[in-house]
Ligand binder design. Structure first.
Ligand code: SF4
Length: 442
């Protein structure tokens, strides 16, 4: 799900990376941010209707990635070492090199015997880190990276420095889960750019590592709100979530998984009992309007979505965040706010509404609402006891709407999936075990 805008004020960290102008740099070009101690070290489809009819479908699962180290747990790395005739502590060393030292090439694993390194390389093993193709730095400190994957596909990831209400500095990584997106929400640049493939778990994890390197700081929060619909790639999203939590040490409560709504997947996510927030992209208070804004909503009636969200809250005790992109003259009237309040009251407690004033993109007629309309919408919800926040747009001057940067560099159509590419997920497909508890206190 696209994170179109980012909420936050300009922060100490933001100031630390503030640049007066937008800087665009290309492949592997170092970007140094002026007046800063922080250095950027690197700078389908079926139609929407067809997608909508895949009520129980999801995109084809990614093939196993058996020779990529990134994404593997310490136990798996220990087993790998044993499989290569090494003692298991060598696996712990690999884990340290991957997740603490962030070494990018096997030949740089200096703590590991040369013979073991050579054997790994000869067997085709790689660390699994990609290069940064280009980057954009916004005046407010937001940095968007375009990462070039092994197959030359480009994927966006965004780093957002934020100071919360208590003055704590946070660095949020907004990660992509697919290359492009097949759902084609009407306001989204990613949807307009087409769909190519699901990302593998390690390709999601490496986005967070890349953001940490660019900011020379730890990522504190991860939102699965970049390119793609996470629920269409749930297996790999869960694998990345596990790795980010257990190996990269980001608390589960600091992660948010977003969806526009794919039938049967919210229940599946809830069954894993993650201590992470579910963000449901609602965008309309009724089914008719929602279908206009989100064509895939035809397959998932509003009532069913609301029930699944309520169940998610009961299953995980984590409140659901309803994302509502405000489109001028489309869904931003006070009557819409009243209807939204009624809808939410109907489904009980455990929710929050996040209003997102639309960030204009090329090729759409949607407009950003005036401040007055935003305030009236917010006030109407608050007067009806709805907890609401308005996300402050970040990086308006930096191609920041999800998918815009990728579209600039990858104009040619991506792979157009056939109906075979949007397959029901086999029920028997193994998934990571549900997590019993957060590994990192938050
Ligand atoms: S088209 Fe895809 S990426 Fe864009 S908002 Fe819809 S689900 Fe999210």
């Amino acid at each position: 799900m696209a994170l179109l805008h980012f909420m936050c004020s300009v922060t100490p960290l933001a100031r630390a990376v503030r640049s007066r102008s937008v800087i665009v740099s290309s492949s592997r070009t170092a970007v140094t941010l002026s007046s800063s101690s922080t250095t950027a070290t690197a700078t389908a489809t079926t139609t929407a209707t067809a997608t909508a009819t895949t009520a129980t479908t999801k995109t084809k699962a990614s093939p196993p990635d058996s020779t990529v180290l990134l994404g593997m747990s310490e136990e798996q790395l220990q087993q790998l070492a044993i499989d290569f005739g090494q003692q298991s502590y060598r696996g712990k060393q690999l884990h340290h090199l991957l997740y603490k030292r962030r070494v990018k090439e096997i030949h740089e694993f200096s703590q590991v015997p040369l013979a073991f390194r050579t054997e790994l390389q000869e067997a085709g093993w790689v660390v699994g880190r990609s290069s940064v193709h280009s980057s954009v730095v916004a005046a407010d400190g937001t940095i968007k990276l375009l990462i070039k994957l092994e197959d030359n596909r480009l994927v966006e990831t965004v780093g957002i420095p934020v100071t919360d209400d208590k003055g704590s500095v946070r660095l949020t990584a907004c990660v992509s889960s697919q290359v492009g997106c097949p759902l084609r929400c009407s306001f989204c640049a990613t949807g307009k750019g087409g769909f190519s493939r699901n990302l593998k778990g390690h390709e999601i994890v490496e986005q967070v590592l890349a953001i940490e390197e660019v900011f020379n700081n730890r990522v504190t929060n991860v939102v699965f709100m970049g390119m793609g619909e996470p629920m269409l790639n749930l297996k790999e999203v869960l694998a990345a979530h596990r790795c980010l939590n257990k190996d990269v040490q980001i608390g589960q409560r600091m992660m948010t998984i977003s969806t526009v709504g794919v039938p049967n997947t919210i229940k599946k996510l809830a069954s894993h009992k993650l201590q992470s927030t579910l963000a449901l992209s609602l965008h309309a208070p009724n089914q008719k309007l929602r279908e206009k804004i989100v064509p895939s909503a035809k397959a998932y009636p509003l009532e069913a979505i609301m029930k699944d969200c309520r169940d998610y809250f009961h299953e995980t005790s984590r409140r659901v965040s309803f994302e509502y992109t405000l489109l001028a003259g489309v869904n931003d009237d006070v009557e819409h706010a009243k209807e939204l309040a009624e809808l939410l009251h109907q489904w009980g407690p455990g929710y929050h509404v996040n209003l997102i004033p639309f960030n204009p993109i090329e090729g759409t007629e949607y407009k950003r609402p005036y401040r007055k309309a935003i305030n009236m919408f917010q006030s109407m919800l608050e007067s009806r006891k709805i907890t609401v926040s308005v996300r402050q747009t970040r990086g308006l001057d930096a191609s920041a709407a999800c998918g815009q940067l990728r579209n600039e560099f990858q104009k040619s159509p991506l792979v157009t999936p056939t109906i075979d590419d949007v397959q029901p997920e086999p029920e028997s497909e193994p998934e990571p075990e549900p997590e019993k508890e957060a590994a990192v206190a938050c």
